[in-house]
Design a binder for this molecule. Structure first.
Ligand code: GDP
Length: 325
């Protein structure tokens, strides 16, 4: 999974990710070794985390990326993220066409949270450009950051505007599938609610605050506490529920749509041939090695037979010779 860049730093991306994956407050809930970085580049950093909801545990790789609006050349930052997504597809394609296809590790990016500013009036041109650059590669889930800075009315207005602009610009975001008709009513209702909440407007915090006699993750203001995990205050819980209940669908859409897109593009460019030829090369080398081994074994067998013959034949020869003499 990827946590995608937002234009500016300081939108609360790290705080939200910590809130979502409990990486800060509850270190004991992170599986052993999970926090260890599994990859580190100058710009992109991946770590493994575990999230749990009502007994369902999910192990995820979270990829954190820089706020690309910080960089002087934003196009280059696009490229870094796009290359990262493509590299994971490429690796998967390679493994899938290789000899050891039973043990493929799936590091493909199944979801991208795209952070939008609560201070703008909708999408900025760079948001449009970026989302369009990745929408055929990854499931985009738009998120309005720092929702506590907006009144309820402002929140609704911004959500609507963002959705309108997404449609206007033909940006493809992740669509939650409708619940199957045989699902229970609660699940159907939950799915309806989740769908209606997109783009999720969220609040993050790294602090535990006393509220109504309980310690909760929240933000303290002179007029009260904004609780991260209170569905009346923001969509944080909905975002987490969506991630857990729809992870399988996110994976399926990645496989059936985004990965297939990548694979057919790659085929067109002859990429598949390259991968296959690499495998053919590997096979060829193996075959050649085997043939060489066989030749050597045959040679040894011949030499042994010759030596044996010589030893037996030595007596025979002299006998024969003697016979001749
Ligand atoms: P990042 O650069 O996007 O990773 O942003 P950070 O997570 O480092 O947060 C930047 C600042 O915004 C910090 O002062 C946070 O305390 C504050 N912040 C984070 N999340 C929220 C939020 O949901 N609401 C508000 N009002 N502030 C937030």
């Amino acid at each position: 999974m990827v946590v995608c860049p937002h234009r500016e730093s300081g939108l609360g991306k790290s705080t939200l990710i910590n809130s979502l994956f409990l990486t800060d407050l509850y270190p004991e809930r992170i599986i052993p070794g999970a926090a260890e970085k599994i990859e580190r580049t100058v710009q992109i950093e991946a770590s493994t985390v575990e999230i749990e909801e009502r007994g369902v545990k999910l192990r995820l790789t979270v990829v954190d990326t820089p706020g690309y609006g910080d960089a002087i050349n934003c196009r280059d930052c696009f490229k870094t993220i796009i290359s990262y997504i493509d590299e994971q597809f490429e690796r998967y394609l390679h493994d899938e066409s290789g000899l050891n296809r039973r043990h493929i590790i799936d590091n493909r990016v199944h979801c991208c949270f795209y952070f939008l500013s609560p201070f703008g009036h909708g999408l900025k041109p760079l948001d449009v450009a970026f989302m369009k650059a990745i929408h055929n590669k990854v499931n985009i889930v738009p998120v309005i950051a720092k929702a506590d800075t907006l009144t309820l009315k402002e929140r609704e207005r911004l959500k609507k505007r963002i959705l309108d602009e997404i449609e206007e610009h033909n940006i493809k975001i992740y669509h939650l599938p409708d619940a199957e008709s045989d699902e229970d009513e609660d699940f159907k209702e939950q799915t309806r609610l989740l769908k209606a909440s997109i783009p999720f407007s969220v609040v993050g915090s790294n602090q535990l605050i006393e509220a109504k006699g309980k310690k909760v993750r929240g933000r303290l203001y002179p007029w009260g506490v904004v609780e991260v995990e209170n569905p009346e205050h923001n969509d944080f819980l909905k975002l987490r529920t969506m991630l857990i209940t729809h992870m399988q669908d996110l994976q399926e859409v990645t496989q059936d749509l985004h990965y297939e897109n990548f694979r057919s593009e790659r085929l067109k460019r002859g990429g598949r041939l390259k991968v296959e030829s690499e495998d053919m090369n590997k096979d060829q080398i193996l075959l050649e090695k085997e043939a060489e081994l066989r030749r050597m074994q045959e040679m040894i067998a011949r030499m042994q037979a010759q030596m044996q013959m010589q030893m037996q034949g030595g007596d025979g020869d002299s006998g024969a010779l003697g016979h001749h003499v």
